[in-house]
Design a binder for this molecule. Structure first.
Ligand code: NDP
Length: 458
């Protein structure tokens, strides 16, 4: 029997808890990495025991079969109260068993108040804190937040979560790069022409104006998730996959990452969707959605070109893009290789370069290589080898929670990295705020503003 821990979820009435966190917990409990967890949800909203039970049961849908999941369901409770109140936090710790994990599923400004409240009370030994993105609202804010957190617990007990690092395809990149002879020798500017990371969704705002309108695509996706993927793609080989080595390599490569030529005006573009049609459904303009303040000029599509100033990557553009209300889902890393230095005379080149596409969702790997033509062998073609990487046993949040419960911060963002990711995008934030980059529009359900070139399919 494993030791019991308690998962205290602050903001348990929110979207993250119901949609991602609890299903992630369920996937962990039924896996062979499962732990014995008492679950406590809390928030200012009222929830009767029956209502809370229903929320947890729905999230555990089909997963309640394991003994660990059954025990969590049976012991789970909702304790109503204000998470910023020291007395309420004490009550939550009193109801805990074993070492508690406090998960901040809260708006970031409220999380800061909770941390200040934690400073006022005696904390249980072994307390671990899990914080969501966005971590702070700029570099100085992230630094202040780090300082506050360190007054409460040590760095190894702070988990700044980024569930993209728990996504199996992102983790697969580590194996792909460092566990075979095929790719690592060519993983550099001698052979790679361009790296693009796309995260395009067909979904529009979906009622999340309160959060999204203040963040926008740049902060919601590029500043956090996509920079982490860039780091995994571009880092040097870590000596081992652990919290020290992996996170040091991530930090090192991000310290060398900059907006291309230091010029956000030429290196970035932004757009906002206008009314349009997505999958046959009419979608209102972003600016007309409930809760949107047009004066904020929030972008729903963001693209930034970065450069990595290292021997390995000098001159290779890293283009990161994320959009809402797009015509198709495109969640992938696309690596485009350079052509061979010279083609033997008599061979007619293929129409597009060799490429490697790592699809984040669904999880697939697609290698496009030049081969002899099927009809005329001297007229080269592109052949595509595709494999399904398979569904992982844990959801990304299950992976995140596994790291937290097993005291392994390997997949958590280190404090300095959280600050660095803000510093990397700050020139773009500033340029956009002062309107130095125009906010273009695109119809919902399109591939973006007409003049934006999209990368050719591999
Ligand atoms: P919500 O906006 O749904 O808020 C979560 C809960 O916070 C609410 O249900 C509310 O509970 C509580 N809350 C809101 N305002 C206050 C306040 N003034 N004082 C005390 N409690 C308050 O957030 P999400 O669940 O969507 O997200 C939570 C965190 O996770 C955020 O940091 C977000 O950026 C991050 N995140 C969210 C994702 C998502 O898909 N939802 C994805 C990735 C990260 P009550 O009223 O009961 O107190």
């Amino acid at each position: 029997m494993t030791e019991t821990s308690t998962l205290i979820i602050l903001g348990a009435s929110g979207d993250l808890t119901e949609r991602l966190l609890l299903p992630g917990l369920a996937s962990l409990l039924k896996s062979d990495r499962g732990v014995d967890v008492k679950l406590i949800g809390t928030g200012r909203s009222e929830r009767s025991p029956k209502e809370w039970d229903a929320v947890v049961k729905t999230a555990f849908n089909g997963d309640a079969g394991s003994d660990l999941a059954k025990r969590t369901l049976a012991s789970s409770e909702y304790i109503q109260g204000d998470p910023t109140s020291p007395a309420h936090l004490e009550k939550l710790f009193e109801a805990s068993e074993g070492d508690p994990v406090m998960y901040f599923a809260l708006p970031p400004a409220i999380s800061v108040k909770v941390i200040k409240a934690l400073e006022k009370i005696t904390l249980p030994e072994g307390l671990r804190l899990a914080l969501e993105k966005p971590f702070g609202s700029d570099e100085a804010g992230a630094r202040d937040l780090n300082e506050e957190l360190l007054k409460v617990v040590s760095e190894d007990r702070i988990h700044r979560t980024d569930h993209f690092l728990g996504r199996s395809t992102v983790l697969d990149i580590i194996g792909l790069r460092f566990a075979n002879r095929l790719f690592e020798p060519v993983w550099n500017s001698d052979n790679i022409a361009k790296v693009e990371i796309f995260y395009d969704e067909i979904l529009g705002l979906e009622g999340r104006a309160q959060y999204y309108d203040k963040a926008g695509a740049l902060i919601d996706m590029i500043q956090s998730h996509l920079l982490q993927i860039l780091a995994i793609i571009a880092m040097d080989a870590p000596a081992s996959i652990d919290a020290v080595e992996l996170r040091s390599e991530i930090a090192r490569v991000l310290r060398a990452t900059w907006v291309k030529d230091g010029d956000p005006i030429t290196a970035s573009r932004r757009g906002q969707y206008a009314a349009g049609t997505i999958s046959g459904k009419e979608v209102p303009a972003y600016a007309d959605e409930d809760g949107v303040d047009d004066a904020r000029q929030t972008e729903t599509l963001a693209e930034v070109e970065f450069e990595i100033k290292t021997r390995r990557w000098a001159g290779v553009p890293f283009v990161l893009r994320s959009g809402k209300g797009m015509s198709k889902i495109r969640k992938e890393v696309l690596i485009t290789f350079k052509p061979v230095p010279v083609l033997p005379a008599g061979l007619k080149g293929a129409s597009s370069p060799d490429s490697l596409r790592i699809e984040i969702s669904p999880e697939t790997l697609e290698l496009g290589v030049t081969t002899n033509g099927k009809g005329n062998p001297f007229s080269l073609e592109k052949s595509v080898f595709k494999t399904d990487l398979g569904k992982p046993e844990l959801t990304p949040y299950g992976e995140v929670l596994s790291g937290i419960f097993h005291d392994d911060p390997t997949l958590s963002i280190r404090g300095d990295v959280a600050e660095r990711c803000w510093a990397i995008v700050q020139p773009v934030i500033d340029a956009w705020k002062s309107n130095m980059v125009p906010l273009e529009t695109y119809p919902a359900g399109s591939s973006g503003p007409v003049e934006w070139e999209t990368s050719k399919e591999a």
